[in-house]
Design a protein around this ligand. Structure first.
Ligand code: AMP
Length: 569
């Protein structure tokens, strides 16, 4: 039980973002939006939860994210209407003939009412043809309540589903029966008074529920949307960016949260749109360098690597397995597991004791086929031409299964260096190419490249690297244009009306309260605003207002018509 001494708190690993910090978040997002728009990106917003299989297939079962960090749940048991309907028709097969014959002759519905597991089967004839009338006559007697009962049911003051009945022509022959699956709680008694036919269905009529997951990353969702909306059909390269929360059950620490924000972008499309070109990789990296520079991030470092094509990777993984086999037992427990399940991840390991062994493992660069090698060389050449500095890191393979060819990370100076603000979490953003992801999700071929910036880490870095000229706190704590001080509660309404007028004219305005003494209003106003506008009885009567400018200490009388203009200065 929460008590005043033990109130409810935000869940571990989540946090509230409050003003004035949120002003910095907004500023960062607006700079990102501005950079993205200059490079031709449009915004995409995908749902925060998706079918679990999207991530299992897209991100990879063996990744840390999918194997242990996802927030997944079974989205409740559902009644399987189809199953119940089939059961019903099978049961009444003799009277009804086969379902195929029945179909098209009747409209039917098996409806679930608001209360769980109370199901109604309504059968309506949709045409009163002689053949149909004969068919109905054949099975009406044993199956349906006598016509008189139906009429009585319809004549009730508030017949249920009357709208549905009225919609249909007068030839309709409504039949109402309640099909109640046994073994699950139900409240049939309430229904019995309606002279319904109640039938108990035996068996399991629930559908195993859908497994849903809070998105741990956004690329899989973007590619799913690309496939679902046939974005490739235009033949154009799709350039999409997103800004939003992601969820991973990681051990929280500074710079690592369970709900964190990512600013990301994806460039993908059919091969004919140029989506496979190394130019795309270089353009994305150059855009990131521009974005970090415009944000004022100092000392960023770009590391990149090529993890090869879908055919290079298995050859490399086989060689890694072979090299790991004799030394595996010398590695830490985590790496021993990775050596079995996902040997590439061993390269990601930060365990200090394992570093020497890992450095001696085979390198992916020696396993690239000619097209991959050439692709990577062209990416590097384009970066050189743009003057974007980088380091090739042969161990950078990244934690997600979908990457092919170029992978990259931008870091800021690492732990121990106060300029980072990130502690040990020094990766600001990561990304790479994912040429086979669309096919893995059942879509058309759509090579692509993308990245995700950890927005929380970006903000921590900016805050630690204070002094970035356009991000200084003055800007966030900018004073309001005016503070309106009503004298006496009777003036409150007039104060709000005046504030409305000024705000509509584009000014930033705070309204005090008539119960404040003038001294208190002055103090409050001086803290938040450049001017105080005093609204007493005289001012309301004459429309001439008293305005004090704090910077100069000057106090003047200004006609209400001229007020907005005067307060702007
Ligand atoms: P990933 O999707 O794992 O490639 O991560 C991309 C970026 O998101 C990383 O470089 C981090 O900046 C950020 N990130 C990933 N996980 C977290 C987390 N748990 N908390 C905060 N930021 C994160």
């Amino acid at each position: 039980m929460p008590t005043p001494s033990n109130p409810l708190k935000a869940v571990r690993g989540t946090r509230d973002l409050l003003p004035p910090d949120t002003a910095l978040w907004n500023r960062v997002e607006s700079i990102a939006r501005s950079v993205f728009s200059r490079y031709g990106f449009g915004e995409i917003r995908t749902p925060i939860f998706e079918d679990t299989s999207l991530f299992a297939r897209g991100v990879g079962e063996e990744t840390d994210i999918v194997s242990k960090e996802m927030y997944s749940w079974e989205d409740g048991e559902r009644l399987d209407k189809e199953k119940l309907r089939d059961w019903w028709f099978r049961k009444h097969d003799e009277q009804l003939g086969s379902w195929e014959e029945f179909e098209g002759t009747f409209d039917y519905t098996v409806e679930i009412q608001d209360r769980p597991y109370e199901n109604e089967l309504l059968a309506f004839a949709n045409q009163a043809t002689p053949a149909l009338t004969a068919t109905l006559a054949a099975f009406e007697a044993p199956l349906y309540p006598p016509r008189a009962d139906v009429d009585a049911w319809l004549a009730q003051d508030e017949p249920r589903d009357s709208s549905q009945l009225n919609d249909r022509s007068r030839h309709l022959k409504p039949v109402k029966r309640l099909v109640v699956p046994t073994g699950i709680p139900n409240k049939t008694e309430e229904w019995l008074k309606d002279d319904l036919v109640v039938e108990y269905a035996f068996g399991n009529f629930t559908k195993s529920s859908q497994s849903l997951t809070l998105r741990p990353e956004n690329t899989a969702g973007v590619v799913r949307a690309y496939i679902e909306h046939n974005l490739g059909d235009s033949g154009q390269l799709q350039k999409l960016f997103y800004i939003g929360p992601q969820f991973r059950r990681e051990r929280p620490q500074r710079g690592r949260y369970r709900q964190f924000w990512q600013i990301g972008a994806e460039v993908l499309g059919p091969v004919t749109s140029g989506s496979e070109s190394p130019l795309r990789d270089a353009e994305v990296l150059e855009m990131l360098a521009t974005l970090l520079d415009e944000l004022g991030i100092k000392g960023w470092k770009l590391e990149l690597n090529s993890v090869g094509s879908a055919t290079d990777r298995p050859r490399y993984v086989a060689a890694l397995r072979e090299a790991l086999a004799p030394i595996k037992h010398q590695l830490c427990e985590d790496n021993q597991r990775r050596a079995e399940t996902n040997p590439l991840r061993v390269l990601d390991s930060k365990d200090p004791a394992d570093q020497a062994l890992i450095d001696a493992l085979p390198r992916i660069a020696d396993f690239l086929d000619d097209p991959s090698r050439d692709h990577f060389a062209q990416v590097l050449a384009a970066l050189d031409a743009c003057g974007v500095p980088y380091t090739v890191n042969p161990r950078l393979v990244r934690g997600l299964d979908y990457y092919t060819r170029t992978t990259f990370e931008f870091t800021v100076p690492s732990s121990g260096d106060p300029a980072s603000g990130l502690g040990t979490q020094n990766a600001l953003l990561g990304g790479g190419r994912y040429d086979g992801l669309s096919e893995m999700l059942g879509g058309p071929r759509a090579p692509g490249i993308g990245f995700a910036i950890g927005e929380d880490r970006l903000i921590l870095t900016l805050q630690a690297q204070s002094g970035a000229p356009h991000l200084d706190s003055e800007m966030w704590e900018k004073k309001l244009d005016a503070y309106i001080a009503p004298l006496g509660a009777e003036r409150n309404a007039a104060a709000l009306a005046l504030a409305r007028e000024l705000r509509r004219a584009g000014l930033t305005v705070e309204v005090g309260d008539g119960s404040f003494r003038l001294k208190k209003s002055f103090e409050a106003a001086d803290r938040v605003a450049r001017h105080i506008v005093i609204l007493g009885e005289d001012e309301v009567a004459t429309g001439i207002l008293t305005v004090k400018t704090f910077a100069t200490g000057e106090q003047t009388k200004i006609a209400q018509a001229d007020l907005a203009q005067a307060l702007r200065t």
